[in-house]
Unconditional design. Structure first.
Length: 329
């Protein structure tokens, strides 16, 4: 678990919003983690029957990403594609060098500190705890949290009891291993990808009876991820990784949310890295970024909220921003 252990970083890049988010990710990484020595790999889906349109990154964006040090690698969409684009983070892992430690980030992430200083234990994989009670949801005829999750652990021959947080009461959602898939890490991306794919496809195509009432769109990756992590001997991240979703990284998810609830430092970093003319010219091609960052819409959103007294639920933030006509993504 040496702090100087080298690892690779993966994000997904493709046509549309993600390619512009990738520019912000790369610029923030270069600015705030200049000593990062691993490979930065952008997994790019390729045209295929599972995509309605060409998903590849635009040539000018691809050039800029490469100049920032990204290695853009193509992968084939075999199981997911347009119908479930979140599956890119599953199938895209195949482009990473096998047996080399990796950290995956959602593209809508800013690097805001020295990620090389974090003490990753790659033999004990973990993922983001920035999640809420989004799955499973209580239904009239559902069997409960425990039965729903245990059915999944049983499906793959995993020990359910050892995954529980026994500090939490029975049938309370935080008792059960559940992550936001915005970041996760492991020791071998090839093995991780194989298992992630196996579990996700099995759950999608043949869900256990206990979860047939539950929606798997968009939650499939977050349903399979805890099972994969548990199967490799991992679990909840240690407190030493608190800088993820903290001072080291910011998973903003959508720029209106960043302006509404982000810290002054995070917003300052966004605007700092987006300021150089070379990057600005590209980012302004994407209308939501042009309006939020360069035309001041983001600060109008920020003025709508007291950052010291924000609504507890994200949906309340979204609803207020949308009602004002400022939701852009």
């Amino acid at each position: 678990m040496a702090q100087d252990q080298q690892f690779n970083i993966m994000i997904v890049g493709q046509a549309g919003r993600l390619q512009y988010e990738a520019l912000l990710f790369m610029a923030s990484l270069r600015q705030y983690a200049p000593d990062f020595k691993g490979q930065i790999i952008i997994a790019e889906p390729q045209p295929a029957p599972l995509w309605d349109k060409d998903p590849r990154i635009a040539p000018d964006i691809k050039t800029a990403l490469t100049e920032l040090g990204a290695d853009i690698r193509p992968f084939a969409s075999v199981h997911f594609g347009q119908a479930y684009p979140y599956g890119n983070k599953i199938e895209g892992l195949a482009v990473l060098p096998a047996s080399e430690p990796f950290v995956f980030f959602d593209t809508d992430t800013l690097i805001t500190g020295d990620i090389t200083a974090l003490p990753f234990d790659f033999d004990r994989p973990a993922a983001s705890m920035m999640r809420g009670p989004t799955w499973p949801l209580e239904e009239l005829y559902w069997p409960g949290y425990a039965a729903s999750w245990k059915a999944l652990y049983d499906r793959f021959g995993l020990d359910f009891e050892s995954s529980l947080d026994l500090r939490q009461p029975d049938e309370y959602w935080e008792r059960y291993l559940y992550f936001n898939a915005g970041w996760f890490f492991g020791a071998d991306p090839a093995a991780f990808a194989d298992r992630f794919t196996e579990y996700a496809v099995s759950i999608r195509d043949d869900p256990p009876a206990e979860i047939v009432l539950q929606s798997l769109d968009p939650w499939l990756d977050q349903v399979a991820l805890p099972l994969v992590i548990h199967s490799f001997g991992g679990g909840r991240p240690s407190s030493a990784l608190a800088g993820l979703d903290g001072e080291i990284t910011c998973h903003y998810r959508a720029l209106p949310l960043l302006y509404a609830r982000g810290t002054d430092r995070q917003i300052g970093i966004l605007e700092e890295i987006a300021a150089p003319n070379k990057l600005k010219k590209l980012l302004k091609q994407y209308d939501p970024f042009k309006r939020m960052i360069y035309q001041g819409r983001g600060h109008k959103v920020r003025a709508m909220f007291d950052q010291n007294d924000l609504p507890r639920r994200e949906q309340a933030l979204r609803n207020k921003i949308k009602a004002a006509g400022f939701w852009l993504r």
